[in-house]
Design a protein around this ligand. Structure first.
Ligand code: GDG
Length: 468
């Protein structure tokens, strides 16, 4: 079995004496690395401060080597905050209005990808299989190919891939597409993202569909596919069941006696639709006065990317919005919105999901959204809650028994909250069971295995030249 090399922007290095890292992706990839042996390479998250080129530091844990590099301040500014988070993230989430194109940031992005390739190449053996994660590293294969690397290289995009007119608004779209064409397997979250990719290339006359998911573009043949990411369903369900005994979760439970709990959990990000969701909740309370004093909405929103101005502004706006709603609707003994910007420990989060009668997951656009899947896995089978899910989350392609909503339709979301809170037990059980059955089969291990199976079976660089 060939060695696996995972490359991602950040690397979840296990910390001594601490529990395994949270999050299904880290768990699944670490399991695959442990089985095959391999390397997980990426940015340490630290800045070397200087212009001097940082070196790789390795941490060995059994069969896994974590290879980390610092970046210079300029790299972090241009590659990470600049191009990745202010061009690719908004554009791929259909927000071209928020994209800030700058030549300096664009060239910083390609420069850091070249740097990653230079650091990675000496670590590679000829039959290693390389799996690159996400939008930060699209040009990595192209840089490795320029250095003569012929290994199988796969790429998985965790965020959406927008349709042609949105994608083409990005000045360097052609280099980004060409970068994707240098992989042997390009995986997307959903069939919609895949269709957008194929549609854009065919429309622009730069790609051609072949059989079995193969695609031809930029003088290369590569496989494409939809690989919906998931969670460790069974483990998370067991975790949530145990979590209700956690002291903090018990405290939370006693604070909502006589109330129905509605929960929202999202990294602070404009793609997650949090202000729109607060509006919908406010409208729900105003339209259903009987719920005043009888429902609590807990929104957990850990801060992220505060260095990017849009995020910093949003942090302030949300605090103001939650404060305004609480001020206008709250009473001496009832707070309509409990708004937290601190991160909650994973066992507590699992317990809170289980306590909540309604999971509100209403992104304006989301690659998948794992919160939706975690909420389902955490429910009590005898008394499950209701998932309200945006049709613009990748998860909506699978979780069709959720109450699917359009997050732009405030009234529609408000009505869905009312419907969820009054849904009869039988209907809740039926909807939940269908989604849980699906997630038990389609878990993160399946995601990882499906991608790896396809990647290890695609023709290696050089072999498909004959097909061109
Ligand atoms: C990207 C794509 C895609 C959140 N708050 C806390 C906390 N979380 C955890 C959740 C969940 C994770 O963070 C968030 O995952 P999502 O999938 O919802 O969203 P992104 O971070 O935007 O991830 C997304 C994903 O990649 C995977 O491909 O699904 O579409 O945007 O696991 O539980 N965890 C803890 N405390 C918190 O306060 N412990």
């Amino acid at each position: 079995m060939s060695r696996l090399i995972v490359v991602s922007n950040r690397v979840p290095v296990p910390e001594k004496g601490k529990a395994a890292p949270a999050g299904g992706l880290a768990v699944a990839l670490q399991a695959a690395l442990k089985e095959r042996g391999g390397i997980w390479m990426g940015w340490s998250g630290k800045s070397s401060g200087e212009e001097e080129t940082p070196q790789i530091k390795t941490i060995i844990d059994g069969k896994i080597t974590y290879a980390l590099t610092d970046l210079t301040d300029r790299d972090v500014e241009e590659y990470y905050h600049g191009f990745a988070n202010r061009v690719l993230w908004p554009t791929f989430h259909y927000r071209i209005d928020l994209a800030e194109y700058g030549r300096k940031e664009m060239s910083g992005y390609f420069r850091v990808n070249r740097f990653f390739a230079q650091r990675l190449a000496p670590l590679l053996k000829p039959d290693d299989v390389i799996w690159v994660q996400d939008y930060h590293l699209i040009p990595l294969a192209s840089e490795l190919r320029k250095m003569g690397i012929k290994n199988r290289i796969g790429f998985f995009l965790h965020i959406p891939l927008p349709p042609a007119d949105v994608l083409l608004a990005m000045p360097v779209y052609d280099q980004i597409i060409e970068g994707l064409a240098q992989y042997d397997l390009v995986g997307f979250q959903t069939d919609y993202d895949l269709a957008n990719f194929v549609g854009a290339l065919v429309r622009e006359g730069i790609g051609e569909t072949l059989e079995d998911g193969y695609f031809k573009s930029h003088n290369r043949i590569f496989k494409t596919g939809a690989y919906p990411i998931s969670i460790e369903t069974a483990a998370f369900a067991a975790y949530a069941k145990r979590a209700v005994n956690n002291a903090m979760v018990k405290k939370a439970a006693s604070s909502i006696i006589g109330h129905d709990l509605v929960i929202g959990v999202d990294r602070l990000d404009y793609s997650k639709g949090i202000p729109q969701r607060l509006d919908a909740y406010e409208r729900f309370i105003l339209a259903n006065p009987a719920y005043q004093g009888n429902v609590s909405y807990l929104q957990v929103t850990p801060k992220s990317r505060s260095e990017v101005p849009e995020y910093e502004a949003m942090q302030r706006q949300l605090a103001e919005q939650a404060g305004r709603v609480n001020g206008e609707l709250g009473t001496v003994d009832w707070v309509p919105i409990r708004y937290m910007t601190r991160s909650v420990a994973r066992p507590i989060l699992a317990g809170l999901y289980r306590l909540a009668k309604v999971g509100l997951v209403t992104p304006m656009r989301d690659g998948m959204n794992l919160v939706a899947k975690e909420y389902i896995a955490a429910q009590d089978p005898d008394d499950p809650g209701v998932l309200i899910l945006s049709r613009f989350a990748g998860a909506a392609r699978e979780l069709k028994s959720a109450l699917l909503v359009n997050p732009y339709d405030t009234e529609g979301v408000a009505n869905a909250i009312a419907r969820a809170l009054s849904m009869p037990l039988e209907e809740r059980k039926e909807r939940w069971q269908k989604m849980m059955d699906h997630l038990l089969v389609h878990d993160v291990t399946e995601w990882c295995n499906n991608f790896m199976d396809d990647l290890t079976h695609v023709p290696q660089e050089g072999d498909h030249a004959a097909l061109l």
